[in-house]
Each structure stands twice: as C-alpha cells, then as structure tokens.
Design a protein around this ligand. Structure first.
Ligand SMILES: O=C(O)[C@H](O)COP(=O)(O)O
Ligand SMILES: [Mn+2]
Ligand SMILES: [Mn+2]
Length: 559
C-alpha cells in the first residue's frame, strides 16, 4: 500500500476460486428485440446464442447498453462501441464526450479553456476550419453542438469560417444528409448576414472520406486531406446542398460513401483550403475515427501518405482523442478521466490477458476497454492480437468478416494455458448491420454465432468460464419504427432501413465447466447495465471488485 493508502491489490472473493480461464466475448451490435423479419439475429441460425438463452434467468439476462446507463446525455441516446466498451472495461459510468461537450457549451466554459484560447489566436488574420461528422446521431458528434460552436466562435472574433462536412447515414438514416446540410447552410447564411465570411468548403461520406479508424485504410484520410487542406477533389460544386443531392444520384452510393467534393467560387477556385496561420477544429467528440486525421494534422514526422503541403496551423480537437499519445495536444473539452479500469487492476493482480479482434474493432477491446488508453499496462502479462480487416469494401460483401480467424486465435490462446482472460470482439452483426443489407446481416449473425461456439468449445476443454455479452444493439432491428413500434414508411410507402444502433438492451450469459456451483445472476439488480459487467468478471477471476465499481451481477447461491 502506498503512502496515499491506495493499493492495486484486490481482495480475494470469499467464495469464488482463482485460476479459471475466462473467455470474455463481446458481440458488437447484438441486441435483444422482438422476433420479426427485421430482426436479423432472430432470422439467422444462431444455435449457440439461442442455447445460452435457455439459461435464463440464472445464467442469461439482459443489461442496459444505451443512454444514461453508459454515460450518455439522455435515454434517447442509442448505445455505441466507445461508451459500451468503456463501461464494460471501466466498471463505472462516466459522463461521456457527448455530455461533457454539452455542458461545456451550456456553461460557456469551452470558451475559457486552453484549447479555444489557442485557436482564437488565429481569428484575427486566419480562417477557422471546422471538420467533422454532420448529423444528430450523437455517436461521434452532434449538429446542435456544431451550431453552438459556430455561434460562439463568431461572437468571439472568428471572421472567416470554413466547414468541412462528413455526411453520415450510418448513425442516422441514409438520405438525411441533405437536411443536415440545409440546416448548416441556413446557419452559415445568418452568419454571412452579420458580415462573417462563413461557408462550407468541402465534404464527403464519412466511410470514404476522413473517418477511418485503427489505421485500416489511410486512403480514406488522404481523400479528406486532399479536399480539406489542398482544396482538391474529383467533384466541384458551388453549393453544398446541391453537392450532396447530386452525388447521392451516383448509382450505389449513399451518405456514408459519398465521394469527396470541394466548394468552388465563380472562378472555379476552392473556397477553403487550409493554409498557414489558420485554426482547425475537429468537432467530433468520439475518439476512434478522429485519431488518424489528428495525426495527419498534428504530426511533423508523418509518412503514411504524401501530405504535399503541410500548413502551419493551430489545431484543436473537440476532445483529446488519445490520452496516452496526448493527441491532439490542444483540445476544447477535457475527455472523461477513466482511471483504474478493470484491465489495469487485473493485470496488477496477476491475471494474464489476451485480447483480439480484427482491425475495425481492435481498438474496441483494447483502447476503449482500457479507458481510451493505447498500449499495454504490462507487456509481460498481456498480448493483444489484431487480425487485419479487409479494406476498401463494404462488409455486406464479406459478412463473415474475420470471425473465424478471431475465434481460432481465441481458441488457441485459451488452449495454450498462457492466459487467464481471453477477450474478443466479434464485429459482424454491427459492421454488416451498418450497411443496411438485411440478407448479409443475417449471414453475419450466423458467422458470429459460429465463432462463439468455437470459443465456448475451447472453454469446455480447459474447464473454464465464459461471459458472452454485447456492447449495444444493431442487427436485432433493421427498420425505422414509428412511436407504436411499427415499421415507418417513407413518402413512397417504402420501409426505411435502419443502419444505426438501437436503444435495445443486450444479453449477457455466463457458464462453462469452471463456473462454481451456485453462481447465478442476482435478482436485485434489475436495472443492471454494461458497467456492472466489470465487477462480475473480477468476481469470476476470484476477486472482489473495488468498492466504487458498479455492483456485480452475480451471487453464489447454496445450490
Ligand atoms: O463508427 C461507427 O462505425 C458507427 O458510428 C458506430 O459504430 P460503433 O459504435 O459500433 O463503432
Ligand atoms: Mn459496437
Ligand atoms: Mn456500430
């Protein structure tokens, strides 16, 4: 125990043994909803997950994965991977980026912070550029926050503003981009009336321009760089609403995948390339899809693509996206300080950990799980394995993704006897669910179920324990619904496909030959959420959870 009285040492659990191998499986985007044709998990053959459900209520239950239970502003906010994995790993509910930005804007504290003061130095002679996801999805960013920031910055001296938009269609309905750009244009027009030179400068679909993650495909970021910084793109328009409408007419495209465009003046010149002396703010609060652009804007030493011209700018993130890398070094709002996560405790208590997913979700079971912290706590005790994802495709084309490879790695890690916790994220139901392709999502769910089976079989062989859960819903409901829960039709009488996450709860199942007799879910935590899972897993490793963690979901009955 240190002089502060703090100790990493966890108390022994009074009843549960140590030394069991635990498989911690997170099915990404696997919620629980009514059985119907739009519930891909129901339609798919999922014998393994179905059999776990037979363990209810003692070994299978539902937990909350959205809204306040995971630190989001309201219970109308759907869950997402960042907040879901944060809650799973940290065992406590932290006010998340969305909420922190809301309150910084509401109180005006955002304008007193170091980050805003820093970018403000460019207002007199330079342009303020805002780059980010333009929607009200609330997963990575929110339009109302951008509107407030535009107002606040212009009132505080920004005279020339350029917005570089990324269209969504993934956390919100496809096609909604037009409305969001119209709203933004309206706001910019009002600023122009006040004598501020404010315009949209460039744009593109989030999955094709800028918002890649975990270094899966740097071309995505390069396309954004070319449009935003260099003012170069294959498509040129004078008006951003027209741009989005026209680009949506290209066959097989969608808001998520719009090609990059720049806005040009009457002479055909880009209206807003980023140049020396400008200020840049990336206005997404969520980290994963901002780290790569942040590196390209901030790092001097950078060779993943040819930046051609590297302007000397003042750059700030809405939040700091990576606390370990201190990236970016300037930011408008401080991120949640997640400390003493379960991963760190367990490593201090001798639990050897293996974590694995494919690239698109690799940071979810490592970085997000560990409280938005990159790297190992102790490389001697941990091994993190990333299976390269396919890049340059939409995952409905290959809905099996790397589920099998992830399961094989997990199986081998379990059988090796080298690890006490083997943690994976199976991305299929989420990544394919986001494409809105129902048939492919059914295939994706089946693939994830087969992967779970392989992992549970390995646990069976070594006498271990499994914990199977999910981070939020997605594939269990693929249609937009009205208030009564019926599919909502558009003006042409067609159903609207839901590409986003949902508000549904997610299952959690425990079992395996190593589960001590009598272990069962408690009945007195009816509102349990993802944050209760960390204490549960610590118990299964034979430890009591720290007293400030959300309570465990399990008890040991007499049996
Ligand atoms: O970034 C994405 O792909 C979506 O906006 C949210 O999905 P995730 O939270 O499951 O990553
Ligand atoms: Mn997810
Ligand atoms: Mn998702």
């Amino acid at each position: 125990m240190g002089s502060s009285g703090f100790s990493w040492k966890l108390k022994d659990h009074p009843k549960l043994p140590k030394g069991k191998t635990i498989a911690m499986v997170v099915l990404d985007g696997w919620g629980e909803a009514k059985a119907n044709q739009y519930n891909c998990i129901h339609v798919a053959e999922t014998p393994t997950m179905d059999s776990l459900k037979n363990g209810a209520p003692e070994k299978w239950r539902l937990v909350k994965a959205h809204g306040k239970a995971v630190g989001l502003p309201t219970d109308d906010d759907m869950g997402n991977s960042e907040v879901g994995h944060n809650a799973l790993g940290a065992g406590r509910i932290y006010a998340q980026g969305a909420k922190l930005v809301d309150s910084a804007l509401e109180t005006g504290k955002i304008y007193d912070g170091e980050g805003f003061k820093y970018i403000k130095e460019s207002f007199e002679t330079g342009t303020l550029h805002l780059i980010g996801l333009l929607s009200d999805g609330g997963v990575h960013s929110r339009l109302d926050q951008v509107q407030l920031l535009l107002k606040g910055a212009s009132e505080r001296g920004a005279k020339r503003i350029r917005v570089h938009i990324l269209t969504d269609g993934r956390d919100v309905l496809d096609g909604s981009s037009v409305g969001f750009v119209e709203t933004l244009e309206n706001d910019l027009a009002k600023l122009r009336e006040k004598g501020i030179d404010a315009q949209v400068a460039s744009g593109g679909g989030r999955m094709y321009v800028t918002m890649d993650r975990y270094e899966n495909d740097w071309d995505v970021v390069k396309r954004g760089w070319d449009a935003q910084v260099l003012g170069e793109a294959p498509y040129k328009f004078k008006n951003p609403v027209e741009a989005v409408k026209k680009l949506r007419e290209i066959p097989n495209t969608s808001d998520q995948y719009l090609p990059p465009f720049v806005i040009v003046d009457d002479k055909g010149k880009a209206v807003g390339p980023i140049v020396d002396g400008d200020a840049v703010v990336t206005f997404n609060f969520r980290a994963d899809r901002m780290v790569m652009i942040a590196k390209s804007l901030e790092y001097e030493d950078f060779n993943t693509f040819d930046r051609v011209r590297v302007p000397k700018i003042r750059y700030a993130g809405m939040l700091q996206y990576d606390g370990e890398l201190k990236l970016p070094s300037h930011y408008l709002v401080s991120p949640p300080e997640m400390e003493r996560t379960s991963g760190e405790y367990l490593v201090h208590n001798g639990v050897r950990t293996f974590a694995c997913s494919e690239t698109v979700k690799f940071g979810h079971v490592t970085f997000f799980w560990n409280g938005n912290r990159s790297g190992y706590f102790n490389p001697e005790m941990e091994e993190y394995v990333e299976i390269p994802s396919d890049s340059g495709i939409t995952f409905n084309v290959k809905p099996n993704m790397k589920a099998l490879e992830i399961a094989e790695k997990a199986r081998d890690a379990i059988l090796s006897g080298k690890f006490d916790q083997v943690r994976v994220n199976l991305p299929n139901s989420d990544m394919v669910g986001h494409t809105g392709d129902i048939e492919a999502t059914v295939v994706a769910c089946k693939a994830a179920d087969e992967a779970v089976k392989m992992i549970l079989d390995a646990i069976e062989q070594v006498g271990g324990i499994y914990v199977v859960t999910a981070d939020h819903g997605n594939a269990e409901d693929m249609v937009k619904r009205d208030k009564k829960g019926e599919p909502q039709l558009d003006k042409n009488g067609k159903i609207q496909i839901l590409t986003s996450h949902t508000l549904e709860p997610v299952p959690i199942a425990i079992g395996g030959p190593g589960l001590a007799p009598g272990v069962r879910f408690r009945k007195d935590v009816p509102n349990g959420g993802l944050a209760n899972v960390a204490a549960t897993v610590m118990n299964l490793h034979g430890f009591e959870a720290p007293s400030d963690y959300e309570t465990t979901l399990i008890e040991v009955g007499d049996n």
